[in-house]
Design a protein around this ligand. Sequence first.
Ligand code: DAK
Length: 261
Amino acid sequence: MSYDYLRVTREGRVGVIRLDRPQAHNALCNGLVAELGRALDAFDGDAEIGAIVLTGGDKVFAAGADIGEMLDRDMAGLQAEDFPFAADGGWAALERCRTPVVAAVAGYALGGGCEMAMACDLILAADSAKFGQPEVKIGTMPGAGGTQRLVRAIGKAKAMELCLTGRMMGAEEAERAGLVCRVVPAGELETEALALATTIAGHSAPVVRLIRESVNQAFEGPLQAGLTFERRAFQSTFAFEDRREGMSAFAEKRKPSFRHK
Ligand code: DAK
């Protein structure tokens, strides 16, 4: 598959998608979002891929939706296509992707860029990362999870401040607030993101899928339902060959060799 706005590579069991529209600070034009959907669907359907890294450039992850493209849009049109779920289903592909996606963020992750990072499973930040929801400054508001995922990730007080003022939050503050799992020096982001994704991809794929779904239950639903889901998910790992292999390997003091089934 060829792409105009992405660079797509693979490193072992890790798929790497790099947003690559530097002249527009990786603004998320429809073409880019559509390509992202295709790349994600391809990796998600590939049994040889166990984790995905989604990243941008050194100075910008993504500066949000393409303001030029939105300028002349009207409400009826946005509603008809359920923007941003249009663009050939690019956003929807991110929401439904079952392979863990690590967002590796350097520089600006603003508006739709911050929302895109938050729609991933975890965010690894370079010390240069800046997160924000500046839509209010251009007369609109977050529309792809900014007022919802940000509140769940960092709490109402800080999320309210960021959304109402458009202030950017640096990497250290984002880590303290719980938005990112870790901050690394900018020059090490790519290596660290790959190492993180490679660790995930080295574990049993069906078990990873269950853990991911279970953590998301905690993020999205009530506690009792989540605890029940977790218990059933745990029990169902005993249906996998990889569960027996993992425990046998521990008992035999060797490394497990997972076959992802
Ligand atoms: N869209 C289009 N072009 C952009 C852009 C954007 N979001 N951000 C930057 N660019 C372009 C600039 O126009 C400039 O292009 P040229 O003038 O060189 O042709 C180039 O990228 C470099 O930008 P700057 O010259 O501004 O660079 P600086 O380093 O000075 O500043 C910046 C970097 C990131 C602070 C600044 O560019 C900036 O503030 N950009 C806009 C950030 C922003 O407001 N983002 C939020 C966009 S609104 C929805 C779902 C989702 C969304 C909306 C609706 N529905 C469900 C309805 C999402 C909305 C958004 O994300």
